[in-house]
Design a protein around this ligand. Sequence first.
Ligand SMILES: Nc1ncnc2c1ncn2[C@@H]1O[C@H](COP(=O)(O)OP(=O)(O)OP(=O)(O)O)[C@@H](O)[C@H]1O
Length: 241
Amino acid sequence: MIRLVNVQKRFGELLLFDGLNLRAPGGKVSVILGPSGCGKTSLLNMLAGILQPEGGRIEGVGTRRISYLFQEPRLIPWRTIRGNLEFVLQGNEGLTERLEVRRRAEEALARVGMRDFADAYPAELSGGMRQRAVIARAFAYPGEILLMDEPLQALDLARKLDLVEWFLSLWAETTPTTVFVTHDIQEAMILGDYITVFSAPPARIIKEIENPVPPAERRLEDPRLMSVEAELYRSILDKRS
Ligand SMILES: Nc1ncnc2c1ncn2[C@@H]1O[C@H](COP(=O)(O)OP(=O)(O)OP(=O)(O)O)[C@@H](O)[C@H]1O
């Protein structure tokens, strides 16, 4: 379980978090849904230790291994897709053997249907394929905690749902404690075991929902998810009025 206790963060005049309390249960996907600029990326950066809060504390992260998926697929342009995965795996204790690293990279690419593109360079692939490669990379590097910053936002709905399916099947193998931030309600419903809605800064929690539908059964047209969607819309609209 990751816990934020009374976290304070400001950037100059902008008070981003004024005593934020939040939990992300172990082995579950917690989605933070919030408007642009409410501090979602800053929250992940604090969890990753890249950014320090001015007050409060963050528990449950410590020395645990973290995978971080950024908004845009950050791949090294002069390395092939396989080379990008190997690069991450080589820094990993116990995986120093070159052949083992290669085997793991190829296995991860095969898991997302990218085996035939292992020798391609990032610029030769579509945005959706690059995103698939970074998802493979995140799971090839076995983090206990997975942080995801709107990694699907630039994709159309069909590609997004395709990637969500890959994501959920890979995720189910190791069930890392996951914090996924987004402003997309559909992503939140399909991926989130828990969904927390943030207000604009200073970010407050305006709604918390436990997803009533198990991951394997989540379809956008499922009436149970449609009622989650309605509840999420209502909470966001109520806040505006
Ligand atoms: N290093 C920084 N210095 C000053 N202001 C910052 C810094 N990082 C973020 N901010 C500001 O803090 C606010 C929250 O930024 P953040 O990127 O965390 O929000 P977000 O919810 O992830 O937004 P988006 O959905 O647009 O990515 C923004 O107004 C941003 O300009």
